[in-house]
Write a protein that binds this ligand. Structure first.
Ligand code: F6P
Length: 345
């Protein structure tokens, strides 16, 4: 078979491991040929490609980023975009297309499926919020980076009797914040799922001081917000899928905590550090399993589907189900956070 592959949306560690697994099994077991489209859907629209062979995909398992590069190109915003995609994919005589991406990327795959393109999806988002799968690769790596940062912030916060607010990724779901926050022993954890209660934040910070601890760590997801308020963003510009660039909730919280409690407070935004660098062993495993499952789906003739993790098993679901809703942090984990905190008086 001739198979196209692309990586769309924000990158995350493990993309190269998926590409490698797909190409290895496809070539070695089926004699497939691969065409890599550069920079997500932009590569399809511009017909910008690179060969994907055993040679070009060798030595990439441990590398972050993606050898296919990525973009947030939205085909829906390009006049005649879908027709152009069908034309380019046809020109390459492709039997199937494997798209690695989150809900934005998979929404384009779904439209192409409806136009007869044989797409298979691989779930990818550092935020870990794609519904239908229990985990996305890259998340474990990001949590490792964020947890190490929280650990490191403890000693400097303690040395200066400070509160430090650590802002982490998580637009609509606080998976990184809650996992790194609990693992790193943060005193306060703020997620998009629960509006910020400033009185409660300050109560928790003050309680610590009154019980012998002279510093506090607050972990906040970038998408956390005050009740009735907008998410804190850098300007108002939207990307092609309509998202603002979130950033600044950490600094806003730091200023408010210092003003209300009088404790010296700093903020740090981990930003894209969380998406960079080498994938953890867990993410290499998960990405490799997804890659093998994706090429197996192609050869089973099961299109319009997304490979997913359910418990410990890889399976697949309709693409439409994956983009139907955001997978948010559940009450069970929120209860773990409150279980570690002093009861409200
Ligand atoms: O969607 C994943 C994500 O990492 C979000 O957590 C973050 O808001 C956004 O991407 C950042 O996007 P960009 O890489 O375009 O700045």
């Amino acid at each position: 078979m001739r198979i196209g592959m692309l990586t769309g949306g924000g990158d995350c560690p493990g993309l190269n491991a998926v590409i490698r697994a797909v190409v290895r099994k496809g070539i070695q077991h089926h004699g497939d040929e691969f065409v890599g489209f550069m920079e997500g859907w932009r590569g399809v629209l511009d017909d910008a490609t690179m060969p994907l062979t055993l040679e070009t995909t060798s030595g990439i398992l441990h590398r972050g980023g993606t050898i296919l590069r990525s973009s947030r190109t939205n085909v829906k915003k390009v006049a005649g975009g879908f027709e152009r995609c069908v034309e380019v994919l046809g020109k390459h005589k492709l039997d199937a297309l494997i798209a690695l991406g989150g809900d934005d990327t998979q929404s384009i795959s779904l439209e192409l499926v409806q136009r007869g393109v044989k797409c298979v999806g691989v779930p990818k988002t550092i935020d870990n919020d794609l519904s239908g799968t229990d985990a996305c690769f890259g998340f474990d790596t990001a949590v490792g980076i964020a947890t190490e940062a929280v650990d490191r912030l403890h000693s400097t916060a303690e040395a200066h009797n400070r509160v430090i607010v650590c802002e982490v990724m998580g637009r609509d779901a606080g998976w990184i914040a809650i996992t790194a926050g609990i693992s790193g022993g943060a005193d306060v954890i703020l997620v998009p799922e629960v509006p910020i209660d400033m009185d409660e934040v300050c109560r928790l910070v003050t309680y610590r001081r009154e019980h012998g601890k002279k510093f506090s760590i607050v972990v906040a997801a970038e998408g956390a917000k005050l009740p009735e308020a907008e998410q804190v963003a850098l300007g108002t510009a939207l990307d092609s899928f309509g998202h603002v660039r979130l950033s600044g909730i950490g600094q806003m919280l730091a200023e408010e905590i210092e003003k209300r409690t009088g404790y010296e407070t700093r903020s740090v935004n981990l930003g894209h550090t969380q998406r960079g660098g080498t994938p953890s062993p867990y993410d290499r495993m998960l990405a490799t399993r997804y890659g093998i499952a994706a090429i197996d789906l192609v050869h089973a003739g099961k299109f319009g589907r997304l490979v997913v993790l359910k418990g410990t098993q890889i399976t697949d679901i309709p693409l439409a189900d994956a983009i139907a809703a955001t997978r948010t942090v559940g009450q069970d984990l929120l209860d773990v956070v409150t279980g570690l905190q002093p009861l409200r008086g």
